[in-house]
Write a protein that binds this ligand. Structure first.
Ligand code: SF4
Length: 207
């Protein structure tokens, strides 16, 4: 994966940005402006944003321009997602967002070092490229995608590493949701520290 010169985070490869409703995890139902950055080398087979993987397909955009568009949206909350957004230094972007009064939510696999400041970190660990150690104590929310029953073990392995206040979610992999949901429901009933996260934006057909 070729990463362009991004001048220490002054430029970021922007795939898309849009104002919508957060569909999954703890902040489900909240209005939020999404900033999707390109570049991810994790390679999940079921990834629904494969077009984001190659950062060179997404021209670098000034973080100032990203923030101007966020302000114009009228949103007060930002979701920084990808791709893997921690592929880039996010300090400049986050500081400027905070200076403009936004609350910032991060969606990450945790496979790159943390940069930036966030009000909420959603850690979604992937077996193909597990999280680095430093993200676990920072995670506000652990969201594990369940594709097969063996993924419950992966969920518990990660649960042992997050802080005790971290919210715990199991989310069905979208293409297998009808097959795997009964097992998730049964698991959560037996292990009520976990909750179910559904990709509600897909059910109501919004981005
Ligand atoms: S970590 Fe996220 S963006 Fe990267 S391949 Fe997996 S699902 Fe896609």
């Amino acid at each position: 994966m070729k990463i362009p010169d991004l001048k220490g985070g002054e430029l970021l490869p922007l795939v898309e940005s849009f104002y919508t409703i957060q569909g999954e995890g703890y902040n489900t139902g909240k209005a939020a402006y999404f900033i999707r950055l390109g570049g991810c080398d994790v390679g999940c087979s079921w990834c629904d944003v494969k077009e984001s993987w190659n950062p060179s397909l997404h021209p670098p955009v000034s973080y100032i321009k990203i923030i101007e568009d966020a302000i114009a949206s009228g949103s007060r909350s930002i979701v920084i997602t990808g791709g893997e957004p921690l592929s880039y230094p996010l300090d400049k972007l986050c500081k400027a967002l905070k200076d403009n009064g936004f609350e910032i939510f991060l969606e990450t696999s945790g496979s790159k070092p943390v940069s930036g400041i966030f009000d909420w970190i959603c850690l979604s660990p992937k077996k193909k490229k597990p999280p680095l150690n430093n993200i676990y104590p920072l995670a506000s929310e652990l969201k594990v995608i369940i594709e097969k029953e063996e993924d419950f073990l992966w969920a518990e392995t990660n649960r042992k590493r997050v802080n005790e206040k971290c919210r715990l979610y199991l989310q069905p992999e979208w293409s297998r949701r009808e097959i795997i949901l009964p097992a998730i429901i049964s698991y959560v009933k037996s292990n009520p520290a976990w909750s179910i996260s559904l990709q509600t934006h897909k059910y109501i057909n919004i981005p």
